[in-house]
Design a protein around this ligand. Structure first.
Ligand code: FEA
Length: 147
């Protein structure tokens, strides 16, 4: 299935967390995880040495930067809204960052397609689980006048 079709289908499964800016960020993250998957699939027949690591690295860098910005934006709004679940939610974000950086470090050090595949699966799983459970808990509890 083409990335665009896959994206259109998968984005329907993302939950509405009640803050349009965050819904947009979740869709953007999904799109870029699928892009990473595409870069990976395009070079699946190549060996680890001939794989175009530049494209993969760009994709990972974008995901890292965008994810960090998104998590920070949620945290800022949770604090400003005096959201009771802030500490727990932030701890989940911090765990994601640690796990993300651990897999990224492995990719940089060993340049193995399997690690990129693991990162893609990890981020996809995390995005759907976190947005449908933890992010949904703040729905209706944040001060939208501050967005
Ligand atoms: Fe609490 Fe939003 O974070 N979703 N992501 N990633």
């Amino acid at each position: 299935m083409r990335r665009e079709d896959l994206y259109q289908q998968a984005k329907e499964s993302l939950c509405d967390v009640g803050v349009e800016r965050f819904n947009e960020a979740h869709r953007e993250l999904l799109y870029h995880i699928l892009l990473l998957q595409e870069h990976l699939e395009a070079v699946l027949t190549l060996d680890d040495q001939t794989l175009d690591w530049k494209l993969v690295d760009q994709s990972i860098d974008f995901l890292e930067t965008y994810t960090l910005e998104h998590l920070k934006a949620e945290e800022v709004l949770m604090v400003a809204s005096h959201y009771a679940g802030y500490a727990e939610h932030k701890a989940e974000h911090e765990k994601l960052i640690v796990d993300f950086l651990e897999i990224k470090g492995r990719i940089m050090a060993s340049r193995k397609k399997e690690d990129v595949s693991e990162l893609k699966d990890f981020l996809l799983g995390w995005l759907f689980k976190h947005t449908s459970c933890t992010d949904m808990e703040y729905k209706g509890k944040l001060d939208l006048s501050l967005v």
